[in-house]
Design a protein around this ligand. Structure first.
Ligand SMILES: Cc1cc2nc3c(=O)[nH]c(=O)nc-3n(C[C@H](O)[C@H](O)[C@H](O)COP(=O)(O)OP(=O)(O)OC[C@H]3O[C@@H](n4cnc5c(N)ncnc54)[C@H](O)[C@@H]3O)c2cc1C
Length: 478
């Protein structure tokens, strides 16, 4: 008798306690679910350059139920690298076969040309020549054409001096490569179109200019992205901040493993009377020790012809003047041991670039290697651009694209040239990692048509590259 009563009491106590635990867990999960449903945006992309916009565009195209915001600190999109580049649609022949650049450049180029045609964006597939002017460059020229063939670049052919003059009458060289699928485009127009399409995809999507991301508050089930104009709650963050990407990663508590070192590129332009000396695009044979292509002639989409850019270490990340200086940016570069290693390894090259940056005569001399008839009064100073070049701790210039994936964020930490050409293919890749890493397909979310997509999936482990460095393969390439 006593035994049964006690057993009954124990049963009741156990049942109540179990019920309380279950209710507690249920409340916790429904709270989390409520938060997940009521974030401002599922994804916030930091940076309204072409990489951020192409990534957002690809994600909203693949997942129409996703609410996405692109936050851009400047008053317009494409204000930095995307708006200060050469405007060349690269063929993809330069890049190491199998590298992320090789894999995305040709794919991105084809898609970009289709995109431009569909949306009425001015472009011209005018072709380009790469010209060797010195016997020593012939081996490198052969290596380049081999790379181009390995990368299956359409129509490339090795050409001799006569054919060079046929294509570009003012140019002189001993041999060259003709790449007929290279072209020119206005990347600012592409970026603006992408922004328009992101917002048109769904009412809740926003491209917000004038919003500088200044911090992240991580909570259990969401992140508050703090900007100069208030905050937004989001589930996931994608960092495409270009020249500021390593800083944005650190704001998010992520060790980038690389440092962005800014390299300014100055351009001259041909005077109206000299424009006839360049039909399309004339490039030198690049030095494989550096990730830059060398000063070249580029006919722009508006008919102007630009010559450049050089590559000079800059004391300001977003400084377009020759003497621009920022204490913070200079400190960030110069306090990084990798930068000193790079300076020590390349001091001769660096010094040469500095001298050329301040001397029109030296700049002209580099240009005259390709067009000997060019005169001082036929070139005048033009715009400048600053490249975001990731540098590893051992002073290595990171050549390939570099992306780190975390549990609820993705960080694009090196997207130099040809990232504008490759942007739509990079966007595909970011969408692919976001889909897997964030479980986007299963995100509970009502689409505009009221259709519900599946429930949220468990969060995955931290990305494999969380603490590594790019040189050591700590991140992911594309
Ligand atoms: C001189 C030069 C010539 C080039 N020529 C070519 C070429 O001919 N062809 C080619 O394919 N590529 C070229 N490139 C490379 C190409 O321009 C870049 O690879 C590409 O534009 C990178 O795009 P992005 O979106 O990563 O960076 P960006 O265009 O720099 O965009 C990053 C954006 O993030 C924003 N941002 C930064 N921090 C924050 C923050 N905290 N909050 C909010 N927003 C923030 C910035 O304002 C910026 O708008 C060239 C680059 C340069 C510099």
């Amino acid at each position: 008798m006593w035994g049964e009563e006690n057993l009954d009491r124990v049963r009741r106590i156990c049942h109540n306690r179990f019920a309380r635990v279950v209710t507690g867990w249920r409340n916790l999960f429904s709270g989390a679910n409520w938060i997940m449903q009521n974030v401002d945006f599922e994804i916030v992309v930091v940076g309204g350059g072409i990489v951020g916009l192409a990534s957002a565009y690809k994600i909203v195209s693949a997942h129409p139920g996703i609410r996405i915001a692109v936050l851009e600190k400047e008053e317009s999109v494409a204000a930095h690298q995307t708006g200060h580049n050469s405007g060349v649609i690269h063929s993809g022949l330069y890049y190491k076969p199998g590298s992320a650049k090789a894999r995305t450049c040709a794919k991105g180029r084809k898609e970009l040309v289709k995109f431009a045609a569909e949306h009425g964006i001015a472009h011209d597939i005018c072709g380009k020549i790469i010209v060797a002017t010195d016997e020593k460059e012939l081996v490198r020229l052969d290596e380049l054409i081999e790379k181009g063939r390995a990368n299956e670049i359409e129509g490339i052919e090795k050409i001799g001096a006569e054919r060079i003059e046929e294509i570009e009458p003012a140019c002189r060289g001993i041999a060259g490569i003709w790449a007929p699928c290279t072209g020119i485009i206005d990347f600012v127009q592409v970026a603006r179109k992408l922004a328009e399409l992101i917002e048109a995809q769904r009412g809740g999507n926003k491209v917000l200019t004038g919003h500088e991301v200044i911090g992240f508050e991580r909570h259990d089930f969401y992140t508050r992205v703090v900007t100069n104009r208030g905050g937004f709650n989001t589930k996931y963050v994608i960092n495409c901040a270009g020249l500021q990407c390593d800083r944005v990663a650190r704001l998010d508590g992520v060790k980038p493993g690389v440092r962005i070192i800014p390299f300014r590129g100055d351009y001259y332009e041909l005077t109206e009377s000299a424009r006839g000396k360049v039909k399309a695009l004339i490039y030198p044979v690049p030095d494989p020790a550096f990730p830059f292509l060398g000063v070249h002639f580029t006919r722009m989409i508006d008919g102007a012809v630009e010559c450049g850019p050089n590559a000079v270490f800059s004391f300001k990340r977003e400084g377009y003047g020759k003497t621009d200086f920022s204490l913070r940016d200079a400190w960030d570069s110069l306090a990084y041991w990798g930068a000193w290693k790079m300076f020590m390894k390349n001091w001769m090259y660096g010094l040469g670039e500095y001298r050329r940056a301040f001397s029109k005569k030296l700049f002209l001399r580099s240009l005259q290697r390709l067009i000997p008839s060019l005169q001082t009064d036929e070139i005048r100073p033009s715009k400048a651009g600053v490249r975001a070049q990731a540098l590893g701790p051992r002073g290595e210039l990171i050549d390939d694209f570099f992306i780190k994936t975390e549990r609820s964020s993705i960080h694009v930490l090196n997207a130099p040239s040809p990232a504008a050409t490759a942007s739509l293919a990079i966007g595909d890749y970011i969408n692919e990692i976001a889909t897997k890493q964030f479980g986007l397909k299963e995100t509970a979310q009502k689409t505009d048509s009221g259709k519900t997509i599946k429930k949220p999936k468990k969060r995955k482990r931290r990305g494999k590259g969380a603490e590594g460095d790019a040189g050591a393969g700590g991140g992911q390439d594309l």
